[in-house]
Every structure is written in structure tokens, then in C-alpha cells.
Write a protein of this length. Structure first.
Length: 171
């Protein structure tokens, strides 16, 4: 039965081979060095705690099994001001993103970290749910069409929704 090491060697062979000849007890022997990469940098975006000097930092072994744990410990993030295209009034929108795993780079996870975008996504999901309910119920579809045709009822509904958005209750 093959060892795990032999199995891994068959699955993913190293792409970089660094070899050198060395004389050992009068014989020339070819030695192969492992390929190791070290990455130095500040990946926190805007650190909340001062970083240690480079001399005091330790190398961390990263592989596909511990990648998320290493990210969580590093607390990479991004603090940036972007053009506020939601309000379209020339102001900037402060965005603070924190990443604890690779999943946090997904568009949905980024949207959930920006309150203004999260509110839009929630409204979109509610509209999608309403449309799916209207597709299944002719009564609901007819009621929604009547509300959209009647401007008075539409304004009343918008007022109620604004009241809920402001934290009030619409009863």
C-alpha cells in the first residue's frame, strides 16, 4: 500500500525544481531544495492595532486547509470612501470591509457589509418574494394591479412604507 506522501507526489508534483550539486565524502550528489515563498505585507487595510515591526513577526504556514483560519487571525480589511451613486448627490460613501474567509470576497458578502447596499438587496428580495406570491395568487395579482392604478391608494401605501422605514408603525 502506497504511503500518503507518495500519493500526494503523484497528485500534485512541485512545479519548481531547484537542484544543486554538492560533494559529500568525495562523491557528487544532487540535492533538491524545497520551493518556499514568503510574503511580507500589511493586509489589514487600516489596522486597528499597531503592527509589530517586521523583525518580530513570524512566518505562518498557509495551505488550503488553514487558509480561512490564517485570514481570520490577520484580519484583512479595507476602509475606503467611494462615490455615492445611490444618492447621486456628489457625496462619498464610507465603506469598511472586513474579510475573515474567502467567502467574504463573494459579492453577496460584500453587499451585506455595506448598510446602504444591504437595504437595497433586502428590498429587491422582498419584491422578488412578492412577485412570486403574485404569480401563484390571482387575487393578490388583481389587488396589486388595482393599487398601482389607483394613485390615491398608491400614495397612501408609499406613506405607510415610509413610516415603517423611519421606525414608526403603520397601523
Amino acid at each position: 500500500m502506497a504511503s500518503v506522501h507518495e500519493k500526494l507526489e503523484r497528485v500534485r508534483k512541485p512545479r519548481v525544481h531547484i537542484k544543486y550539486e554538492v560533494e559529500t565524502e568525495g562523491a557528487m550528489v544532487i540535492k533538491e531544495l524545497p520551493f518556499v515563498v514568503g510574503v511580507l505585507g500589511d493586509f489589514s487595510g487600516d489596522p486597528t492595532q499597531p503592527l509589530k515591526p517586521f523583525g518580530e513577526r513570524k512566518f505562518v504556514q498557509v495551505d488550503r486547509d488553514n487558509f480561512d483560519d490564517v485570514m481570520r487571525r490577520m484580519t484583512p480589511g479595507l476602509n475606503i470612501a467611494v462615490e455615492n451613486t445611490l444618492q447621486n448627490d456628489g457625496t462619498d460613501l464610507a465603506v469598511s470591509l472586513k474579510f475573515e474567509s474567502m467567502d467574504d470576497f463573494e459579492p453577496g458578502a460584500v453587499v451585506n457589509q455595506v448598510p446602504a447596499l444591504k437595504a437595497l438587496l433586502d428590498a429587491r428580495n422582498q419584491l422578488r418574494d412578492l412577485m412570486s406570491k403574485a404569480d401563484r395568487s390571482e387575487d393578490l395579482e388583481r389587488m396589486l394591479e388595482e393599487i398601482l392604478q389607483n394613485q390615491t391608494d398608491l400614495k397612501k401605501l408609499v406613506g405607510e412604507l415610509d413610516g415603517r422605514a423611519d421606525g414608526g408603525s403603520a397601523n
